[in-house]
Design a protein around this ligand. Structure first.
Ligand SMILES: [Zn+2]
Length: 76
């Protein structure tokens, strides 16, 4: 979950339920409430269960185009 200051917070141990018809996962109301309260409190760092270091990758400069297109090519 991205925070307003651009930081990333991870929430684990969210009990998920699964729809018997379409197998979509969803949270029950109590779990959603707890998540909302945590978000509204701004994810206080002092309450974090643990801190993980996350490597962030970028594809900028790593994408190799298979065909060379003229610079003025547009896609729609
Ligand atoms: Zn469903």
């Amino acid at each position: 979950m991205w925070l307003a200051d651009g930081a990333l917070a991870v929430v684990e141990d969210i009990p998920a339920r699964i729809c018997g018809e379409c197998l979509e996962q969803y949270y029950d109301e109590d779990a959603a409430d707890a998540l909302r309260v945590l978000a509204e409190s701004g994810f206080p760092a002092a309450e974090a269960a643990r801190v993980v270091q996350v490597p962030v990758f970028s594809l900028q400069g790593r994408i190799r185009r298979r065909i060379r297109l003229p610079d003025d090519t547009t896609f729609d």
